[in-house]
Design a protein around this ligand. Sequence first.
Ligand code: CAA
Length: 274
Amino acid sequence: MAGAAAPQQRGGNAEDVSAEALAEIGLRYEVDGEIATITLNRPDKRNAQTFATWSALADIGGNLPEQIRVVVVKGEGPSFSAGIDLRMFTPEGVPGQGSFSSAAALEGPAFEERLRQAQQGFLWLRRPEIVSIAAVQGHAIGAGFQLALACDLRIITNDVKFCMKEPALGLVPDLTGTKPLVELVGLAKAIDLCLTARTVEADEAMRIGLAEKVVARSDLAKAVQDKIAELLSTNRDAAAATKRLLQGARGRTLEEQSAAEGAEQAKRLRALFG
Ligand code: CAA
C-alpha cells in the first residue's frame, strides 16, 4: 500500500500514473477530454483485486486531471470483479504484497492504518466534481461489489451477479461499501444481502435500487456513452454544486438543507450574473 497518493488532492496529469506500472497491477487508465476510464484488466483472474489495485486506484484519484467530469470504472472479460484476490488469504500472499496474515501481524494501529489506506482507492469516486459510473457485467463479488457501490451510478448487464461475500468468509465489507448499500436499498435489505451473502441478479438489483439501468452485455458500452453524454450536457460548476447538495441532504434538516441550497445558489448567481 505504500505510495498511495492522498486522494483529496486534484489537478495532476494523466501521465503521473504510469501505464506500465498499472498494466503490471492489472489496471488500464485512459483520459479522453472530460472522461477518465479505469478498466480492471485481469480477466483471466476475473479482475481479482489486491493491495496494489487499491493503492493504484488511490494514485489515479490523487492525480485526476482537473478537467475530468466523468469517471467510468469497468472490468475486462466475463466479470466486473471477483473481489479480493484469494491469494491474500494464503500464508504466501501475493508476490511483493504479502498477505493478510503478514499484515495482521503488524503491531498497534499499523494494521488498521493499512486497511484505511485501502479505502482511499474507493473514497475519491464520490467527489462532487466528478460523477463516477460503474459498468458492471457478470460477477461483482465482495470488493468487486464494493467498488461498484463506490461509484455514483451503476449501469449493469442482464447477467449481473452481485454478492457481498465477506460475512461468509468471516469478514466484514470494509472497502466503503456498507454506507452506500444501506442508503441505496435500506437497512433491512442490506442486512438481508450481507448476512446471507446471497447473490442479487439484475431484476432484483433494478427493483431494490442498486442500479440505474440494465442492458444486454452487447449494449453496455453504448449505455455508458449515452449516460456520459447526458451528464456532460449540464453545466460543470452547477453539477458539482448540486452533487454537493444532494450528498449532504441526508445529514441535514430541511431548514439546514434549504440554507445550503440558498448558499450554493447565491454562488451560482454571482458566478453567472455578478
Ligand atoms: N482471487 C484470485 N483468483 C480468482 C478469483 C479471486 N477472487 N476469482 C477467480 N479467480 C481465478 C480462478 O482461480 C481461475 O484461475 P485459473 O484459471 O488459474 O484456475 C480464474 O480466475 C477463473 O475462475 P473461474 O474458473 O472460477 O471463473 P468462473 O467465471 O467460472 O467463475 C467466479 C467466476 C464466480 C467469480 C468464481 O471465480 C469465484 O467464485 N471466485 C471467488 C470469488 C470470491 O470468493 N471472492 C472473494 C470475495 S470477498 C472479498 O472481496 C473480501 C474483501 O473485500 C475484504
